[in-house]
Design a protein around this ligand. Structure first.
Ligand code: MLC
Ligand code: AMP
Length: 514
């Protein structure tokens, strides 16, 4: 078949022995074993259920469910059926979900059973035709309905340029933007990573991935799932990250992927030893800066050098430290551009900079997204006239081609691998009774890398209680976005132009969690 359907390419790599175990769950009540045939048939049944709805091509299927192997099958089913997968963080609450549903206009929403009441109400009000439930114990209406459908399905023919997924990333100002990723974007990246990270064939002893990241972001969904599937490699599957439990399974694995918080939590486990890592081939970190202390501590404790790579929702993976030799992996850098990916540094006037000079990181390649869903102006703003994507990250490239990220021009906080945009949190805080204005900044945090902190200025005569602000925000937005600390202040520091000097606030609170 000449179809560019990403699913067909992934399934084409499944081993010939379809009855071999593809996924073993590590933290379900009983271990569950899924064979390659189970993945094939389970995703076919869900794909046939979706097909029976007779949706227009490229309908969006929005999914906000707890992690489970069935949630991954749902993703594969959406690819097979030729529709567009829209993953949503389980922490999002009604106001956040309402925005995504209004903006993406999904034809189907799948949610956790415990959220069906409010999610279905919101979805039906927005004209969504179908709402199913899916829980992490293999229950819910999605699987109950899919059980009536055949377990054979021919993946719908898709071109490389057809949409496979929309991943929402928060906006610097205003609301989130949906990054449109195509079958071609995802497949080209999966193939490049397979060869760059030297995934081993069965003949070379094979690989086994510990999958312990959430399924609703690029790292867990695309880099990790595609990585294992396109190599026909089995996974040890965690629905939730638990450092001790992961350490216990390392002796059976060869590859692990994590955000830096996962590495610092693993380092806190006495069981993390060289012996525990004896079968491991590769530890990969990304989604947020890996501190050099973590990089070195990992080397000392395990004898392994973490391979750091860099990517974004809009581009999937962009750069990676070399696989070989291990000594070429440089801590504090995100490595070299992946084959086929262009990375350049320009100043704010669009002029190219020399090796070592710091400027905006711009990228180009088959992995770069198609644009923001229904936001042509925002899309145009983020590309240069010669069509390079402006990442919003600031860095430099050295003579050998290694890219180092030194900061961000976008006002973004990355907390434990989750992105938080200060403007969004300030918007909610400013709506609270008695609040005149607010400023949200990120400060160093030993567990999350950065933590969200807010400074609130009360209206004249109003009394603001910091804990009440936190409680009020927790009732409205995903808890990971809620400031870990709130300070009440008579005013915000401003420069002569009247702009809030967030750098002063960051400096003031730098040692808060030290
Ligand atoms: C959880 N909490 C967080 C948080 N995660 N707070 C700040 N930042 C975070 N990242 C809060 C919860 O809201 C809750 O607060 C409390 O901590 C306990 O919640 P939990 O669910 O029990 O937390 P835990 O399981 O410990 O989760 C921590 C974590 C998780 C590190 C395992 O955050 C995680 O899986 N992060 C990975 C994110 C990721 O995959 N990013 C990839 C993005 S893709 P309360 O108030 O309710 O008690 C990308 C592109 C690329 O960036 O390059 O890869
Ligand atoms: P997201 O929008 O969730 O895809 O987040 C993408 C952002 O995460 C990038 O623009 C970077 O700012 C950041 N990021 C990803 N990987 C790394 C890394 N290895 N080091 C530093 N920042 C990273």
């Amino acid at each position: 078949m000449t179809s560019s359907n990403l699913y067909a390419a992934l399934a084409g790599a499944f081993p010939a022995a379809l009855d071999a175990v593809a996924i073993e769950t590590a933290d379900t009540a009983q271990p569950l074993y899924y064979t390659w045939r189970d993945l094939e048939r389970g995703s076919a049944m869900i794909a046939n259920l979706i097909a029976s709805l007779e949706l227009p091509p490229a309908s969006r299927i929005a999914v906000q469910v707890d992690k489970s192997v069935e949630a991954m099958l749902l993703y594969l089913a959406v690819l097979r059926a030729g529709h567009v997968y829209l993953p949503l963080n389980t922490a999002y609450q009604a106001a956040e979900l309402d925005y995504f549903i209004a903006n993406a206009e999904p034809a189907v929403v799948v949610c956790a059973g415990r959220h069906f009441g409010w999610v279905s109400q919101l979805a039906f009000q927005r004209g969504v035709g179908h709402v199913y439930t899916l829980d992490d114990d293999r229950s819910g209406t999605l699987l109950a309905r899919a059980a009536f459908h055949p377990d054979r399905q021919e993946p719908v023919r898709r071109g490389a340029d057809d949409l496979a997924a929309i991943v929402y990333t928060s906006g610097t100002t205003g609301r989130s933007k949906g990054a449109m990723l195509t079958h071609g974007n995802l497949l080209s990246n999966a193939r490049v990573l397979q060869s760059t990270w030297c995934w081993r064939s069965e003949a070379e002893g094979g690989d086994r991935l510990i999958h312990a990241l959430p399924l609703f972001h690029v790292h867990g969904l695309f880099v990790a799932v595609h990585g294992a599937l396109i190599n026909g490699s089995p996974m040890i599957w965690f629905n939730r990250f638990d450092a001790r439990a992961v350490v216990a399974r390392l002796p059976e694995a060869t590859v692990f992927m994590g955000v830096p918080t996962l590495y610092t939590r693993l380092l806190a486990e006495p069981g993390l030893t060289r012996a525990a890592c004896a079968s491991m081939r590769l530890f990969i970190s990304g989604s947020a800066p890996l501190l050099i202390e973590t990089f070195k501590a990992w080397q000392e404790r395990t004898g392994h050098t973490i391979l750091e790579r860099y990517g974004m929702s809009e581009t999937v993976m962009l750069t990676s430290n070399p696989y070989r030799p291990e000594s070429a992996r440089r801590g504090g850098t995100v490595g070299l551009p992946l084959p086929g990916v262009g990375v350049r540094i320009h100043d704010d006037k669009g002029r190219p900079l020399h090796a070592g000079e710091i400027g905006g990181i711009e990228v180009k390649g088959p992995n770069v997204f198609k644009g923001y869903w229904r936001m042509p102006e925002k899309t145009a703003d983020e590309f240069t006239t010669d069509l390079w994507f402006k990442t919003g990250d600031v860095g430099h490239i050295d003579e050998q081609g290694y890219v180092t990220i030194v900061g961000r021009s976008k006002d973004l906080i990355i907390s434990g691998g989750y992105n938080v945009y200060p403007a969004e949190i300030e918007g909610y805080a400013n709506e609270l009774p008695g609040v005149l204005e607010s400023a949200v900044v990120g400060v160093p945090h030993p567990d999350f890398g950065e933590a969200v902190v807010a400074v609130i200025v009360p209206r004249p005569g109003a009394r603001i209680d910091a804990d009440a602000v936190i409680a009020a925000l927790k009732s409205q937005i995903a808890h990971f976005k809620v400031p870990k600390r709130v300070f009440v202040s008579a005013e915000l520091p401003r420069n002569a132009m009247g702009k809030v000097q967030k750098n002063l606030l960051r400096d003031q609170h730098r040692a808060l969690f030290a």
